[in-house]
Design a protein around this ligand. Structure first.
Ligand SMILES: Nc1nc2c(ncn2[C@@H]2O[C@H](COP(=O)(O)OP(=O)(O)OP(=O)(O)O)[C@@H](O)[C@H]2O)c(=O)[nH]1
Ligand SMILES: [Mg+2]
Ligand SMILES: [Zn+2]
Length: 333
């Protein structure tokens, strides 16, 4: 091929915000590219069409933007020596959550994701498992496989950590117990990351960036002191960053800034029960097909909770989230 297109390429968006995006081309080059104006006005329209059916009447679609993990076609920008993204290829999956701070619409955390790795610390900061449930529901609502990583086990010992997070093992989630200080659990984590695109998410200060630095020396992600990141309300990691894994198998990990609150995704309330894997086997046995598992007689979910097969804490999360979803007015999104 000759002419101006011979340096054009296909690549993956590793990071960036609004203006310039870092794109890794198929041949391993990393280029800084801007979005063509056309794509800015009509952001990721093709990708939006490929997404699952939505209830928001398309209002949020206009706010869809290029995200880390997107596959793009880029070419030299005739206006200068730089590069321009000319096309965003359809997404095969994505992790989306509600825009923060009470804003309407959704935020695409990353595109073309294989699994969500929800990181919590066993202490410092204190783990709020009801918040963990929200992270997991968001992964399930996006139809993504999820895992739990319980970090900082050097602070409590492994037995206490197992006790605090046993509900998640019972629910069927793979749970990893790690310490970046001592190296516990890192080999198993490295094995489950290989060849896949994984998004690390969780509260601020739990050690997401520290884990990635420990797993992949040379990542050089900024790590903060918890006193700064939590008490002063400042996050250490700003914006999502995607790292290509050094191993031969390939794969990527996405480091994201910690979240203080987790806004529910625009999920219909009647779909929430499916987002709790341990509830799924019981759903077909409720007396009423549209059982909300709150007040109905003959509810197989409530019976499973009463028998101790489903954890009370997880069921309480279900009830709390169900209430929130019923109150939310998604038509305004
Ligand atoms: N004791 C202990 N401390 C850890 C461990 N892993 C990380 N830390 C500490 O926890 C603090 C926060 O680590 P970060 O990696 O910045 O946390 P983060 O989750 O990336 O935080 P945000 O970027 O704000 O979301 C740092 O002081 C780390 O040194 C661990 O396994 N044990
Ligand atoms: Mg971080
Ligand atoms: Zn029921």
């Amino acid at each position: 091929m000759t002419g101006p297109t011979d340096r054009a390429g296909r690549g993956v968006v590793l990071g960036g915000t609004g203006g310039l995006w870092r794109v890794r081309s198929e041949d391993g080059r990393i280029v800084d590219a801007s979005l063509r104006g056309r794509l800015k006005r009509e952001p990721a329209a093709r990708a939006a069409v490929a997404d699952a059916p939505r209830r928001d009447g398309g209002a949020a679609r206009e706010r869809l933007k290029l995200a880390v993990g997107d596959e793009v076609l880029f070419e030299p920008d005739e206006r200068g020596g730089a590069w321009a993204i000319r096309e965003i290829l359809p997404r095969r999956s994505r992790l989306a959550r509600r825009a923060p701070g009470g804003a309407y619409g959704e935020r695409i955390v990353a595109a073309n994701v294989d699994q969500v790795v929800v990181v919590f610390a066993v202490a410092k900061p204190e783990p709020h498992t009801r918040m963990l449930d929200r992270f997991l529901v968001i992964a399930e609502a996006n139809e993504l496989a999820a895992r739990v990583v319980v970090n900082k086990i050097d602070l409590t010992g492994e037995a206490d950590a197992h006790g605090l997070f046993s509900d998640y093992e019972r629910a069927g989630y793979p749970v990893h117990y790690t310490s970046t200080k001592r190296g516990d659990g890192l080999a198993a984590m490295r094995a489950m990351l290989g060849g896949r695109v994984s998004v690390f998410t969780g509260p601020s200060g739990v050690g997401k960036s520290s884990l990635l630095n420990a797993l992949f020396p040379g990542s050089n992600l900024r790590v903060g002191e918890i006193s700064e990141s939590v008490n002063k309300g400042r996050h250490i990691t700003v914006g999502a960053t995607m790292l290509p894994l050094p191993d031969a198998e390939g794969g990527y990990v996405v480091d994201t800034p910690g979240l203080r609150e987790v806004g529910m995704w625009s999920l219909p309330a009647e779909h929430l029960d499916r987002c709790f894997p341990e509830l799924r086997p019981h759903l077909a046995t409720c007396r009423f097909a549209d059982c909300t598992h709150t007040v109905e007689p003959g509810c197989a979910v409530k019976e499973a909770v009463a028998r101790g097969e489903v954890s009370t804490g997880r069921y309480e999360s279900y009830l709390k989230l169900r209430g929130e979803l019923e109150e939310a007015d998604f038509t305004r999104w």
